[in-house]
Design a protein around this ligand. Structure first.
Ligand SMILES: [Zn+2]
Length: 174
């Protein structure tokens, strides 16, 4: 069923330049030092989403179920934790590729256990929140590169991540 999802090949870095037309969030105004607190504020909302009776139901054939979105957010937490760690520990690292649509299919998000996803999301959220909390002001302009050439700094990575947090709650109306 995951094959019905249209691969998202858009380059989402535009969200750093203008407000998102879908969720309204203006990432360029995001406070990179607020990331940890925002992550902690969204985690209980995802736990509530994962306890919904219809957590496995897709609202439309080409739209992820709440469970699939939650599994994605758990993996977003892990990926951003890894990318931030690289940017702090190495100079101008290139991020390992992560194809989020391929991950959803390969890891069969739609058939994962909601209780397990909830526990993993809580753990991954705590880890990435702590890592963003540990960023010093003088580290904000450290760089990292995606394999497609997009360049992030710690600041823009945090802002991009803040939009992801807001946008996916919008996706599941939480
Ligand atoms: Zn958005």
């Amino acid at each position: 069923m995951s094959d019905a999802i249209v691969p998202d090949t858009k380059d989402w870095t535009w969200v750093l330049e203008r407000p998102c037309p879908e969720c309204g969030y203006a990432a360029a105004d995001g406070d990179p030092f607020a990331v940890g607190d925002v992550v902690r504020s969204v985690v209980p909302r995802w736990e509530a989403v994962l306890s919904r009776a219809d957590v496995r139901e897709r609202p439309a054939p080409d739209v992820w179920s709440p469970l699939e979105y939650a599994a994605h957010v758990r993996d977003v937490f892990r990926v951003f934790d890894g990318r931030l760690r690289l940017m702090i520990e190495e100079n101008d690292p290139e991020f390992p590729d992560w194809d989020q649509d391929a991950a959803a299919v390969a890891e069969d998000y739609g058939n994962q256990d909601p209780a397990v996803v909830a526990a993993e999301l809580v753990a991954a959220g705590a880890a990435v929140a702590d890592r963003f909390d540990a960023v010093f002001p003088e580290q904000l302009e450290r760089r990292g590169l995606r394999s497609n050439g997009s360049e992030f700094t710690v600041r823009t990575l945090g802002q991009y991540f803040l939009h992801d947090l807001v946008h996916h709650l919008h996706d599941v109306a939480a």
